[in-house]
Design a protein around this ligand. Structure first.
Ligand code: MV4
Length: 447
């Protein structure tokens, strides 16, 4: 087992990793930018190294500084958390070259899944359902229109280097094709330095459902069921839950087996997530694979009684998994608490937290790095806490979530708490019948 893990991240996920390391008897090294000097992950790690100025590029994304920090502290592994370098193939490869275990995917796996057209082709070959469309990248508008006639409009152009909705355009007819093509190409090139596009049938009003998998170094892969992430605004998830209100045990088994097949086909090792779109007929299609621990992993932990960070560390150290799959025994939901003003287009609201009350009680978990008097820096992601609630049924979870949200006091900055309280009272949300478009016509003006 590792003796010392360097955590190449900040905020709640850095603390989350430190907690598991403590329980496993593994020493921790925190790294921090000068903006995060007063952060809790710095206080709670066994050691801390400053890796640069506030700008992410100069600190949390600064590979030479991170490797140097690992070398001077004698860390034998690096946990990248989510975001930052968690899906950076070069960083994964450099860690390996320096004899530091990267607790995440290998460079090859990251590359295979990072290019979306390649990922899709790989999954299709493995027998995972994919959405009809172009075979790989499109060469011209003419070719695109030809395929669109075959699969019928509406279609969607997607950036192969994409994710997060950038470089994506819906096309409804021949007349719209050329402009959508030019716009998507331009946006993809500017955002990712890669303007490759592929085409697929547009699935209208889907659910976003992802399967958590864990693979070991010996070719075994298991799944830990699904998370429903359909409550999103502009590709930012706001609420996740498990089990999904629309997933039957039969569908769970089918999606779980597909996810395992896909992960096995790339010899996947570590924790990963296969994202699917589920259409109104209950048919599911591969969308993307994430080769990192995700923000919403705690809801899976709560319903399966599994510590996913511990599993990541164990499989990285070469411990085999049982190979059994895990199914939700409870219902869990996560609300992302962001320092943003929901009545003002979710505009970031950094600043000093003047007063704080963190909720508690039965079935309430809060993963956060904030404290009273803490100043949220303007340089990073605005998520400041994850409120995770567990109960036996979805109805009980919603009641408990509302109670916990009402207990949650964060003064000095605006937060998404008022939005979540309103959502817990929303009839359609409560019914469980909604799609990824749900928040498009939600009224945020009175929050
Ligand atoms: C789609 C789609 C409909 N049809 N692909 C959004 C981000 C990127 N990962 C893929 N996305 C979508 N791909 C086809 N063929 C709709 C979306 C999409 C979406 C997906 C999941 C959650 C929220 C979404 C919001 C808008 C569009």
């Amino acid at each position: 087992m590792f003796k010392k893990i360097l955590i190449a991240n900040r905020g709640e996920i850095a603390l989350r990793i430190i907690r598991t390391c403590r329980e496993m008897g593994i020493k921790t090294v925190a790294v921090y930018s000068t903006a995060d000097k007063e952060s809790l992950h710095v206080r709670f790690a066994d050691e801390a190294v400053c890796i640069g100025p506030p700008l992410s590029k100069s600190s949390y994304l600064n590979i030479p500084n991170l490797i140097a920090a690992a070398e001077i502290t004698n860390a034998d592994a690096i946990h990248p958390g989510y975001g930052f370098l968690s899906e950076n193939a070069e960083f994964s490869r450099i860690c390996q070259e320096y004899g530091i275990k990267f607790i995440g995917a290998t460079a090859d796996m990251i590359n295979a899944m990072g290019d979306k057209a390649t990922a899709k082709a790989t999954m299709k070959l493995a027998g995972v359902p994919t959405i009809p469309g172009s075979e790989g990248l499109l060469d011209s508008v003419k070719e695109g229109i030809k395929i669109a006639h075959k699969i019928k409009y509406p279609v969607i152009l997607k950036a192969t280097a994409g994710g997060g909705g950038r470089g994506m355009r819906i096309v409804n007819n021949d007349d719209e094709f050329e402009k959508a093509w030019k716009d998507a190409k331009m946006e993809a090139g500017a955002s990712f330095g890669n303007d490759g596009l592929y085409l697929e049938k547009f699935v209208e009003e889907p659910r976003h459902i992802e399967i958590q998998v864990v693979g070991d170094q010996y070719g075994k892969v298991c799944h830990l069921s699904e998370r429903d992430c359909s409550i999103q605004r502009r590709h930012q998830k706001l609420v996740e839950e498990t089990p999904s209100p629309i997933v039957s045990q039969k569908l769970r088994d089918k999606m779980g087996e597909a996810a395992i097949k896909g992960a096995k086909s790339i010899n996947y090792e570590g924790a990963g997530t296969i994202e699917f779109l589920v259409d109104k007929h209950g048919d599911f299609y591969f969308m993307e694979m994430n080769t990192r621990i995700q923000v919403e992993h705690p809801i899976t932990e709560e319903v399966t009684n599994f510590d996913l960070i511990k599993e990541q560390i164990k499989v990285a150290a070469g411990v085999p998994i049982s190979g059994k799959n895990y199914y939700p025994e409870f219902h869990a939901m996560e609300c992302r608490i962001n320092a943003e003003d929901p009545s003002n287009g979710f505009r970031p609201s950094p600043g000093k937290i003047t007063n704080l009350n963190i909720p508690g009680g039965h079935g309430v978990r809060v993963d956060t790095h904030i404290y009273a008097g803490y100043t949220i820096p303007p340089n990073y992601d605005s998520m400041v806490a994850k409120l995770i609630v567990t109960a036996r049924t979805r109805e009980e979870v919603i009641v408990r979530m509302k109670r916990a949200l009402q207990e949650f006091v964060i003064e000095g900055v605006k937060t998404t708490i008022p939005f979540h309280i309103k959502l817990m009272d929303d009839a359609q949300f409560k019914s469980g019948q909604f799609t990824t478009k749900f928040l498009e016509d939600f009224d945020f003006s009175d929050l």
